[in-house]
Design a protein around this ligand. Structure first.
Ligand code: HEC
Length: 105
């Protein structure tokens, strides 16, 4: 059971990422910006200048060397002090936010 979750979890995440990427060809950075303002700005700050110790500053490029897949997984599931956004934002929305983050550096 545990092993199946270990193997299937990432496989399913990869599959839905492919679907999300397919759907978001030409990701919408304007929409990403709005979603960022609504959900992320309290910690990651205006224009990506971090407001919270330990939260990456996207204006310095913190964290952005990681591939979209890794960032999507972190945002979905949460990471340490960052809450999970699965169920709040659709994968496609998260991909739009990631595309916006990549414009900040
Ligand atoms: C409550 C504060 C908080 C909110 C809200 C928040 N984050 Fe974070 N975020 C963090 C912290 C803290 C980290 C660093 C986690 C760590 O590596 O320990 C982080 C890390 C990240 C990373 C790097 C992930 C990685 O794999 O290293 C990304 C990308 C990110 N956040 C994007 C977002 C986006 C997009 C949103 C809005 C949808 C968001 N965050 C909302 C606090 C927050």
């Amino acid at each position: 059971m545990k092993l199946a979750t270990k193997i299937l979890g990432p496989a399913l995440a990869g599959l839905s990422l492919l679907l999300a990427c397919g759907a978001s060809q030409g990701a919408d950075t304007n929409k990403g910006q709005q979603l960022y303002a609504a959900n992320c700005v309290i910690c990651h700050g205006q224009a990506g200048r971090s407001m919270m110790p330990g939260a990456p500053s996207f204006d310095r490029g913190d964290g952005l060397l990681r591939p979209d897949f890794t960032l999507l997984a972190s945002i979905r599931s949460g990471k340490n002090a960052m809450p999970a956004f699965q169920g709040i934002l659709a994968d496609r929305d998260i991909m739009d936010v990631i595309a916006y983050l990549r414009t900040l550096h």
